[in-house]
Design a protein around this ligand. Structure first.
Ligand code: COA
Length: 165
């Protein structure tokens, strides 16, 4: 019997991608045949980085992982997952406080589309305190974020902050 290939979606705003996200993504890439990291474009949010820059930053840091695709989507996550023939949604859990929100989101997504399963991966202990908004805040105030984000993100943060000077 032919082996069934499983595609998983790792959604988020990734504004910007951090080492915590990258850790989840690398783990997911060893568990599933294909992982699509998908930037959710929400017209009500005002991100620091444009869709184009977020896509570029993620492509740069994942170029050495063969089974990862980088994409973006609007609308419902489950509709996008169905369109991409993905059966799994991956979410990282950093602390117990993430769980309630993530649990509700998983239940809503399941009520919208029974065939798609949410899987939680435990964030690396080095990054449980980490979020994109903390990175933006620390970088904006001149702090060192080199142990929180990939190198190319540091460069993009510098470029962005210099441009806003
Ligand atoms: N390492 C570092 N940071 C992490 C992390 C990790 N492992 N896991 C989560 N985070 C942080 C993110 O950096 C982000 O930080 P910020 O709020 O400071 O920017 C925060 O946790 C939230 O994560 P993120 O996944 O980016 O945002 P979200 O929870 O708002 O995204 C979507 C949720 C995009 C998946 C969800 O809104 C969605 O599916 N939208 C599409 C519409 C839809 O289908 N809605 C119905 C279902 S709810």
């Amino acid at each position: 019997m032919e082996k069934k290939l499983i595609t998983a979606i790792y959604p988020g705003s990734f504004d910007p991608i951090t080492l915590g996200h990258l850790d989840i993504l690398k783990r997911a890439s060893t568990l599933f045949d294909k992982v699509i990291i998908a930037i959710a474009i929400n017209s009500e949010k005002k991100p620091l980085f444009s869709k184009k820059t977020r896509l570029k930053m993620i492509k740069d840091v994942t170029s050495n992982i063969p089974n990862i695709e980088v994409d973006n989507f609007t609308g419902l996550l489950v509709d996008y997952a169905k369109k991409k023939n993905a059966e799994v949604i991956i979410r990282g859990i950093r602390a117990l406080s993430d769980y309630e929100y993530e649990f509700n989101m998983a239940l809503i997504n399941r009520s919208l589309e029974e065939s798609i399963t949410t899987t939680f991966l435990v964030a690396h202990q080095n990054y449980t305190h980490l979020s994109s908004s903390l990175v933006r805040e620390v970088a904006g105030l001149g702090g060192d974020v080199s142990n929180l984000v990939p190198k190319n993100v540091i460069e993009e943060l510098k470029r962005k902050l210099d441009a806003n000077d």
